[in-house]
Design a protein around this ligand. Structure first.
Ligand SMILES: [Zn+2]
Length: 398
């Protein structure tokens, strides 16, 4: 099959005017000018998307489809800790059937907005076998052992057993304030053995910073109240806490490329010294609209770029966002970082998020041999193609 489009935005070189992509099965076999591709594949059916831009399907680096049904249910809270209390209260009302429905609705919505790959954290890995994901999905088991840290290994191993049937999976120790050091270490060990991806929330809120650095604040009080051992608080930033946890299983900040760190909003100066010394290039997921919802400190995008880190965008869950559109996420980022070009922003939901999933050689570009995860959006040609893509605010119909 040949797909012809007014512009083919390959993310692998300049856009191709009057371009075409040849597809066989689920793979791209050729890309170029329509005049050349049609000669080389003269017997193949042509799908004509004349006044459209054809581009790689978008990749969501971080979300929680479990909570699609909590959209609009949590009014803005005084503190991050109050938000945790509020989401816990909402979660208590939900049954496994509610979660299955919520995840399915989330998939359908993400797909409507042109997302073809998703890094989805689920607190219920046992439900994964009941769901037919309509798009390419990395299922990350979100793991918490704050109420029973003696069961860390058991919790990780049980999640791995249920997830192994999924095509792509990984582990997500929730955050250093809810997952024990042993749970993190077990995840790191399993990921090495199974060549699986790892992701975790880190340095998301000011309250997480004051908990670990100052042993004070609402999050500190809340977790102490539910029985967490707070002996690790009062000395370190969340980042140095995590590097210390992983010291026994990997050199400090010698974190493998398997890690995708989510948020990194609240960082101290010595954290940037740690980053500067780190040799391995783990990825970072930034969620612009969730960031705005919580009014976190400014995301240090330029500093991370200078240090060479790979940054992808995610939507986070609908408990702190209004929809699952990565186009809206790109616009929110653009509002905050006006000097970053629309092309660079598009990379954060295509090539860069593919790299975060260690699939930079098969996802996120239109290139021969890559998977044919393609979307098309109508072009008015009023501005640059990349600006027009970022500005697109409707449903992706193709
Ligand atoms: Zn999250």
């Amino acid at each position: 099959m040949i797909i012809r489009a007014g512009t083919v935005v390959t993310m692998d070189g300049p856009p191709i005017e009057n371009g075409a992509v040849a597809v066989s099965g689920s793979r791209i076999t050729n890309v170029g000018k329509f005049s050349e591709i049609s000669k080389q594949h003269s017997t193949e059916e042509v799908v004509d998307l004349d006044d459209h831009a054809l581009l790689p399907g978008l990749i969501n680096s971080h979300c929680h489809l479990d909570y699609t049904c909590i959209r609009g249910k949590i009014p803005r809270q005084e503190s991050f800790t109050d938000w945790i209390r509020a989401i816990n209260a909402e979660k208590a009302k939900l049954s496994p059937e509610d979660y299955v429905r919520s995840i399915n609705e989330g998939f359908a919505e993400a797909k409507r907005f042109g997302t073809t790959t998703i890094a989805n954290l689920t607190a219920f890995p046992e439900l994964v076998s009941r769901i037919q994901a309509p798009i390419r999905t990395w299922w990350f088991a979100e793991l918490i052992d704050v109420r029973d840290p003696s069961r860390a290994n058991e919790i990780v191993d049980a999640a791995v057993e249920t997830l192994k049937s999924a095509e792509h999976w990984g582990l997500a120790p929730h955050a250093p304030f809810t997952a024990s050091a042993n749970l993190y270490r077990r995840c790191e060990e399993v990921a090495r053995l199974e060549n699986a991806l790892l992701t975790t929330h880190l340095a998301e809120s000011r309250e997480e910073m004051s908990m670990f650095r100052d042993a004070s604040g609402p999050l500190y009080d809340f977790l102490k109240e539910i029985g967490r051992d707070m002996a690790d608080c009062g000395r370190k930033t969340p980042l140095s806490q995590l590097t210390e946890i992983l010291r026994d299983v990997s050199t400090p900040l010698d974190m493998t490329e398997s890690w995708m760190l989510v948020h990194l909003n609240e960082l101290a100066k010595n954290d940037f010294d740690l980053f500067a010394r780190s040799r391995n290039q783990f990825s970072i997921a930034h969620c612009p609209r969730s960031h705005a919802y919580f009014e976190h400190s400014p995301f240090q995008f330029e500093r991370f770029c200078e240090l060479g880190f790979n940054i992808g965008l995610g939507t986070d869950s609908l408990a702190s966002n209004e929809d699952l559109s990565l186009f809206a996420e790109m616009r929110s980022f653009q509002k905050e970082f006006r000097d970053v070009s629309a092309e660079e922003i598009l990379k954060m939901v295509t090539t860069k998020s593919a790299r975060a999933l260690r699939r930079e050689n098969s996802l996120g570009r239109i290139r021969s041999g890559f998977v044919a995860d393609l979307i098309a959006i109508p072009m008015a040609r009023s501005t640059s193609v990349f600006e027009e893509i970022v500005a697109f605010d409707r449903v992706v119909s193709w």
